[in-house]
Design a binder for this molecule. Structure first.
Ligand code: ATP
Ligand code: MG
Ligand code: MG
Ligand code: MG
Length: 462
């Protein structure tokens, strides 16, 4: 059993060729003498139209048992199609039912289903138009990420998923235990995880950054791209408990170099998806976020706006007064502020720099003013933050002081401090949430709908 071609290839082939295809029936239309099947094998947004001459199939009950969702094998000859949306169709001379999908129980019917409903059948939603398109765009983006960094000579480093450092300091870590729950020791009535991982404390990583810094301190330019975990106990359309992060880390690179790379990188992968997923992007443009293709093209052609956190606070205070969370110098920007900056003030992506040190992680380089750090967040319309980055603190004594001031245990960071003890260099990097990027590119509103298996509060089933 082997196909001769995937449907994506067939759709641009010439009439007259013989092919064997496999796929799932998306729709079936019957007329008196002919039956039309729309067949998908996942390789293209477009389906292959199959024409079955009922007179020839009369002897066989096969055409009657083929319904939406069934899997089939078709062999036939390609013919020019009179249809306006396709140039080629398949005249079947052999049709086999592989797996039936009884109409009374198959959940995916022709009508449009709500995303909420589809989340409950995450095992079948890849067979819908939207999730087909999301999955191909996700695939193209991950390929483009690797290609971009590889072409620039970055080394891909696999950072650990089990780790001990809460690098963001947000206390959103999932603890790892090797003990049966009833044996987890208690300390003052609470679970004591400090000895859980074969006698040590460990958790699932919230970011691969600190470990990536180790490799940047030997290979200059590295990146990591893998799953990260955060015990986000909130219900937003932008947060998952398990998400993928792209984290480049560059030695001999300051904040300006970091921002330059982030902008070039985003523009490069946006171009790549517009080029290689044009059918899928047309679908998003028409059905999910009107005008998204034009707006991404404009982003590619326009330099990002830069502003300092202090300027951003000023713009927010003068621009609008009735935010849910009031803005004061020193408070973290909430998504309503980030959206206001990108949608109303700047009308496009914005890089905000030099945040107050109190609201950023300990590892960011302290600026000369002693109050702010060399941070940069890239904010985009509709979503707010998609990238968080910074120049890292490379001075040993300043870093020790920051660890002390943040209340972290310096003993746990002995290896991180060693990087500043031996051959320290200015270095920088950033983290881009992969699912937020996919939301940005597709216009999909809920982050649960751009990852195959969303992990959120109350959802870890499949
Ligand atoms: P936010 O303010 O949106 O909670 P953050 O500042 O906590 O994000 P960082 O620690 O800066 O996030 O992580 C870097 C990037 O990872 C973010 O810019 C975002 O794109 C992504 N990200 C962070 N948390 C999540 C999450 N829970 N789910 C999906 N993506 C996330
Ligand atoms: Mg957060
Ligand atoms: Mg943030
Ligand atoms: Mg951040």
């Amino acid at each position: 059993m082997r196909r001769t071609h995937r449907i994506v290839t067939i759709l641009s082939m010439a009439p007259g060729e013989r092919v064997t295809v496999y796929g799932w029936v998306r729709t079936k239309r019957d007329s008196k003498n002919v039956c039309f099947l729309e067949l998908s094998d996942g390789s293209s947004f477009r389906n292959l139209q199959v024409i079955v001459d009922k007179a020839e199939e009369e002897k066989s009950p096969v055409i009657d048992s083929i319904t939406t969702g069934a899997s089939v094998e078709v062999t036939g000859t390609l013919a020019a199609s009179p249809g306006k949306n396709q140039s080629i169709e398949l005249q079947a001379d052999s049709l086999k039912l592989i797996g039936e999908a009884p109409a009374e129980s198959y959940p995916l019917q022709k009508k449009r289903h709500s995303f909420e409903f589809l989340r409950e059948i995450a095992h079948l939603r890849p067979r819908t138009n939207t999730f087909g398109a999301v999955t191909r765009v996700r695939n193209q983006l991950s390929w483009a990420v690797h290609r971009f960094f590889q072409e620039q000579g970055f080394i891909y480093v696999h950072t650990p998923l089990i780790s001990t450092s809460d690098c963001e300091g947000a206390g959103e870590m999932f603890q790892v235990t090797t003990l049966p729950l009833e044996k987890v020791p208690l300390k003052e009535g609470k679970i004591d995880y400090s000895q859980d991982f074969f006698g040590k404390r460990a958790s699932l990583t919230v970011s691969g950054q600190l470990e990536a810094e180790i490799y940047a301190s030997a290979f200059s330019d590295v990146y990591t791209f893998g799953p990260t975990f955060r015990a986000e106990n909130s219900n937003t359309t932008r947060h998952l408990a398990e998400f993928w992060m792209i984290e480049p880390e560059m030695a001999f690179c300051d904040l300006a170099g970091n921002m330059e790379l982030a902008e070039a990188f985003l523009k490069n992968i946006l171009s790549s998806v517009l080029e290689h997923c044009s059918e899928d992007m047309k679908f998003f443009n028409q059905w999910v976020e009107k005008g998204i293709i034009d707006s991404l093209e404009k982003v590619i052609d326009t330099p990002f706006t830069h502003m300092s956190y202090t300027e951003a606070v000023q713009a927010l205070k003068t621009g609008k007064t009735n935010f849910e969370f009031p803005v004061e110098w020193g408070s973290d920007l909430q998504s309503e502020h980030e959206r206001f900056l990108t949608e109303t003030v700047c009308k496009g992506p914005v890089i905000v720099t030099d945040y107050p040190k109190e609201i950023k992680a300990f590892y960011m380089k302290l600026n000369d003013d002693g109050k702010s750090v060399a941070a940069m967040d890239v904010l985009v319309p509709r979503l707010g933050e998609i990238i968080g980055g910074s120049e890292r603190e490379s001075r040993l004594s300043v870093l020790e002081q920051r660890i002390h001031d943040t209340g972290l245990n310096p003993e746990e960071y002995w290896w991180y401090l060693d990087l500043r003890r031996f051959g320290t260099v200015p270095h920088s990097g950033f983290g881009l949430g992969f699912e937020r990027l996919i939301q940005y590119v597709t216009g999909m509103q809920n982050i649960r709908d751009v990852i195959p298996f969303p992990r959120t509060v109350g959802n870890a089933a499949f």
